[in-house]
Design a protein around this ligand. Structure first.
Ligand SMILES: [Zn+2]
Length: 199
């Protein structure tokens, strides 16, 4: 899905300040407030905009960052990464090539760090792990770079896999839904129908 200049202008505005009102965003993007509301709804649905949280610095609250490099069994690295992600104190998890998983945790004491490391080491798919305790964070800005002419990669609403090529786009209840193929479309329509009927 290609994002146009209005989408990019809206993303830049909300990324700079998530507390802007729709009218303020509309002024920045030079469109109407209802247009902003509709575009943001689509961007949220696409998963491009994940949320509008306050950015709280853990180090100002006495927390230390711990960077962990996990060597996992290649075949099950994705599952291991999800297990790690579900643990308390884990802020970020990335699956890299070769069965490596990069994770970041925060902890306020040595025993908490040990608890995190022991928890990861005990997971079935973990072969080895290495960790580094951060002394000082120089930059921590989880921002997206927003050049003109962006496109959003879409996950199929049914199977959650990335959609290669043109998505199957269906409109239900005034919103766009994206599927990777005809069989996912059929399953999704059935499920959607059942959920609506139950509601
Ligand atoms: Zn699919």
């Amino acid at each position: 899905v290609n994002l146009d200049r209005v989408d990019v202008a809206i993303l830049r505005a909300v990324q700079a300040d998530a507390r802007l009102s729709l009218r303020e965003i509309a002024r920045a993007a030079r469109v109407s407030a209802p247009t902003v509301a509709a575009r943001l709804a689509t961007l949220e649905q696409l998963g491009v905009v994940r949320g509008y949280q306050a950015s709280i610095d853990p180090e100002h609250l006495g927390e230390t960052r711990v960077h962990i490099v996990v060597k996992a069994r290649l075949q099950t690295a994705e599952v291991t990464a999800r297990d790690i992600a579900s643990m308390d104190r884990i802020r970020r998890v990335t699956v890299a090539r070769g069965g490596r998983i990069l994770a970041e945790a925060t902890a306020s004491s040595g025993s908490e760090i040990d608890a995190v490391l022991d928890g990861i080491a005990a997971l079935p798919g973990v072969v080895d792990l290495d960790h580094h305790v951060g002394v000082r964070t120089i930059k921590d800005e989880p921002v997206a770079i927003l050049p003109d002419g962006l496109s959003a990669s879409l996950a199929c609403f049914e199977c959650r896999k990335p959609i290669e090529g043109e998505p199957v786009r269906i409109r239900l209840d005034g919103r766009d839904h994206y599927l990777c193929c005809a069989s996912c479309e059929r399953l999704y329509r059935e499920k959607y129908g059942r959920i609506k009927a139950a509601a």
